[in-house]
Write a protein that binds this ligand. Sequence first.
Ligand SMILES: [Zn+2]
Length: 389
Amino acid sequence: MTIDRDDIPAAELDPREEIEVHPKGNLILQVGGKSLYRRVRRLIVQSDNIGNFGSRWAAAVARSEREGLFSRRRILHLPNDDANMMLVLMWLSHPWHMGKVPKQLSFRQLLAMTSLCEKYDMNLQVSPFIRRWIVPHQSKLLVPGREQWLNIAYQFGLERHYITLASHLMMNCRADKEGDLLVPGRHEKLADHIPEEALVEIRRRRIQALAAFFNVVYIYVEAMENEDTCQAKLPLSPHEEIQAVLKNERTMCTHTNHGELVRYLKSHGYWPPITQAHTVPMSVNEVFQCLIATPSIRFRPVHNKSLQSAEAPSSKDTPPRDIAVDIHYYCDVGKVLAFQLNEVKGKLEMPITRDTTDAMRVNAETSGLQAEIQKEGILPSVPNDEQRR
Ligand SMILES: [Zn+2]
């Protein structure tokens, strides 16, 4: 994960390895040492006190061992936890240390704190500080490399942040040959950053969105193959011959649009039709931008009867300067598809399950952010795709 640039500096904490958190300490939390968390600290706490933080801590304390054969202290090894953030968590849980709690955390530290809160069910303990820690980072919600914001949003119940980021990923992640999602603009797998359940839902909604866009296009191609889709208002004529010529104009309009669309799709690798949306490597946004850019044909009327009959459009209508061209304005494949694709885009399902929403609402209550979220303007608005452009 490469997020150091633009991150706020890591909070500096008491440099000593062994720290007495409780004056009557009888339990050593030996934290860190493995994988991400190299730094080791020995935090001396009181076992009854720690056990009272909740069932997860009670279970952890029960796993502790005697420090040595003749020692009265016990030791609990927590090699996979971040030692610095565990120290902050212990300060938060012992009121007389509250003044030592840092006012700001770097993004990495915030992530480590999020993991601890999840693992030990400690939202309540961090609630006095969590808003202050989160706010400086939220303007970078959509910056590539910060996808683990999803974990933060989930753990503390920031629903709007979660939906904004998950939707952004659904729209902007490409997929590799195995179908795994990539961080937008990078060759890293998204899987390294976020939880599997979130990933499954984002992937599922991405495939649905791609399929929905391709569907619009292929259904229209099929319609053009089955009948004339031309919308031009051509005059009725009592003469069969003229009527046939006018009918012919509709067919020519349809064929021209059809041919142009198929050629355009082929040039982008979307013809013959894509039947397996999950094999498409491009992002949903890229596919959308490509399809919506289907060129306008500007089919011109061929029969002079149709020219004569073209009604002058009202001033409110879209810009038909050249009436001869504009009787085929509404059958132009570029315009028809742009309208239909935008409509589908507006109705795409968000990549969040009911279970995730419910869990986040419970988390918002324990983190104390529920009340904050309801007070409008307390948490500044999250950036969305539009604002970023
Ligand atoms: Zn037409």
